[in-house]
Design a protein around this ligand. Structure first.
Ligand code: FEO
Ligand code: CA
Ligand code: CA
Length: 633
């Protein structure tokens, strides 16, 4: 493992460090068996045919994929090389510029950001937050409004004058950090100098770790959600660790609470943890010391507060006075993003990943149907949550989580969702990150970012086996590269319970490995990457893929450079590098302007002093355009 600086890693990595691997009895792989398996798999991926086509059939042979790509590439750009510097690179004929940086005011009354000292708690409540992540653009009466997540904080940067790598040392510090997270809703406009925030727009809003919200669905009002401050169990303050995002057909924003566990701690280290905390990684030691200055986050005082986080939250970007709603019907876990699509009958289908090693891929289907202009208030409240089980013959099933299948009541399924999914035998996945749904074909994609702990005898936190399985979506042990699984719903219906699946890509390094760790046939020395994470389709059906991986450019990752954004063609399998981010950072979150001439891209925890060239590094949303102003996507 690398020698991590705790402030220079992602929250996912921090969570991994804080949560030791489930006990394993055998760290040595059975080399012969593994080599044989990888050899087989590599063969399958390179020459997919026959029985393998059941599972990996659309992974075309190298020759046919390359021939098709060369003959009819749909990419309108020349792929770029890797980079290892502290800035952004885009293809020739394109340009990029910052739009919103950490600490930049959304309102003219915000206290100024200081390049050396950052920003105060009061100023931060009126300014763009830290660590930008998932985002969506809304066209509201012709105005461009972006809702964007601020996933977590880099304490040494956000509280640069504090000891202990920036650990909060006062209630004011905690408030500053709480205000740096959550969501920014901001109007942006394009002028002669490019895109910028419309300061004081009536749409501008900051939502933080303390913004009042309501709770909906089967778990609303349950005893486990009641606290002294909220005896109804229906009203909560704030949203935590907002990672990926989603957008409903009725124009609301879905923000996804991921590693909420790291925000809670106990001032009594001897406290026995309540039931279920272990599965979610909630421990006496927190990441941010909130519990020392804000008793709401002290498990010893408020043992039910953690039950009120880990949900999908719906926000109306058109009404800054609206109250966000936490939808328990979509389950409680480390939510990555929320990919929303309507089936032909009008049911709302939301695909959801739970990003932790060996956790699961979920799907919610509304009981009601969406009608344009109709009442949408129950569509994310009343529905069926299911979890994916993948078979080695290339088929799969969505297994409904119901009292009959899980032995748990409807509310408990929504609170202890991981346990419910374990009860039905879901497939343990290599960290499900974003799901994307193709707008021009009935198929879904999930980035399985990596899983260093998949191996014989390994389990997830619930004790479910986490071995590598041939012809499965998780075929490699000690998987440092990641892969993207794709499924095709039966009858072209996203609400159907059966599907078939294949792997769109297995990331790897063909310059270092000759086995399955070289990656699938559509991975080459020229386009290789590791740890796919953010994903979104454009309107033409091309898949934009962002990475959050190892940017050491050494060893297994030699030649892969900084984190990047690539574009994939689902039909040919072709993948090409479009953008590289600053060293030290992750590329995460993207959305397109209404005219499709701009793609907004998020750069999280950049290194150096990006983007200002001096002072503290600032997480930034950039705009990327073609120099000729043509439509991008
Ligand atoms: Fe917030 Fe799993 O990424
Ligand atoms: Ca992510
Ligand atoms: Ca990640």
């Amino acid at each position: 493992m690398r020698d991590f600086n705790i402030n220079q890693i992602t929250f996912d990595e921090l969570d991994e460090l804080r949560r030791p691997a489930p006990e394993t009895t055998d760290f040595d792989r059975v080399v012969d068996a593994a080599m044989s398996r990888r050899g087989f798999l590599r063969g399958v991926l390179a020459f997919g045919s026959g029985a393998a086509a059941m599972g990996l059939g659309n992974m075309m042979s190298a020759t046919s994929a390359q021939a098709q790509a060369a003959a009819a590439s749909r990419f309108a750009f020349t792929p770029i090389a890797i980079a290892t510097d502290f800035t952004v690179h885009v293809p020739e004929g394109y340009s990029w510029a910052p739009v919103a940086k950490w600490g930049q005011p959304l309102f003219s009354d915000a206290e100024a950001y200081d390049p050396a000292n950052g920003i105060s708690a009061a100023g931060q409540a009126r300014a763009f937050g830290e660590n930008t992540d998932g985002m969506e653009l809304f066209n509201i009466g012709g105005r461009q409004v972006i809702a964007v997540n601020h996933e977590y904080v880099n304490l040494d940067i956000n509280l640069p004058n504090n000891a202990d790598d920036g650990l909060p040392a006062s209630a004011e510090d905690v408030l500053m950090v709480q205000n740096a997270q959550g969501i920014s809703v901001m109007e942006v406009a394009e002028g002669a100098d490019g895109w910028s925030i419309v300061v004081d727009s009536p749409f501008n809003r900051r939502i933080t770790n303390n913004t009042p919200m309501t709770i909906s669905g089967p778990a609303a009002g349950h005893d486990l959600l009641k606290t002294e401050a909220d005896p109804t169990g229906t009203a909560v303050l704030g949203t935590l660790n907002n990672c990926g995002a989603g957008k409903t057909p009725w124009g609301t924003y879905l923000t996804c609470e991921e590693n909420f566990n790291g925000y809670f701690g106990s001032t009594n280290a001897e406290l026995a943890m309540p039931e279920g905390f272990d599965r979610y990684g909630i421990e006496a030691e927190s990441g941010y010391a909130y519990e020392k200055f804000d008793p709401r986050f002290d498990i010893a005082v408020n043992p039910n507060e953690p039950h009120r986080f880990g949900y999908i939250v719906e926000i109306n970007p058109a009404d800054p006075t609206s109250t966000p709603v936490k939808h328990t019907a979509l389950g409680r876990f480390k939510h990555e993003n929320a990919a929303c699509v309507l089936n032909a009958a009008g049911r709302v289908v939301v695909y959801l990943g739970d990003d932790e090693r060996g956790e699961f891929l979920y799907r919610y289907v509304s009981n009601g149907v969406y009608v344009t202009g109709g009442d949408t208030s129950n569509l994310l409240v009343d529905g069926v949550l299911s979890v994916a089980k993948f078979a080695e013959d290339g088929t799969g099933q969505w297994l409904a989580l119901t009292p009959e299948t899980t032995g748990m009541d409807a509310a408990m399924i929504c609170i202890h969702t991981r346990q419910a999914a374990s009860a039905v035998g879901a497939t343990t996945m290599d960290r499900p990150e974003w799901v994307a749904v193709n707008p021009v074909a009935v198929e879904g994609y999930c980035a399985l970012t990596n899983n260093s702990r998949r191996k014989a005898d390994a389990t997830n936190a619930g004790g479910d086996a986490m071995v590598a399985v041939e012809n499965s979506p998780n075929p490699r042990a000690e998987n440092g590269y990641g892969q993207i699984v794709r499924w095709y719903p039966a009858d072209d219906d996203h609400a159907a319970d059966a599907f078939t699946w294949d792997l769109y890509v297995m990331a790897g390094n063909p310059t270092v490995h000759q086995d399955a760790y070289a990656g699938s046939a559509n991975v080459t020395a020229g386009n290789m990457f590791n740890s796919p994470d953010g994903m979104m389709f454009d309107s033409t059906g091309l898949l934009w893929i962002q990475t959050d991986g190892d940017d050491s450019n050494e060893g297994d990752f030699a030649g892969q450079g900084n984190n990047q954004m690539l574009v994939g063609d689902p039909v040919t399998g072709e993948i090409a590098r479009f953008l590289t981010g600053p060293k030290g950072g992750e590329v995460t979150g993207l959305t397109f302007s209404s005219d499709r001439r701009t793609v907004f891209v998020g750069l999280q925890h950049p290194g150096g002093n990006f983007p200002d060239g001096e002072g503290l590094p600032r997480s930034t949303v950039i705009a990327v355009k073609r120099n000729d102003g043509a439509v991008l996507a």
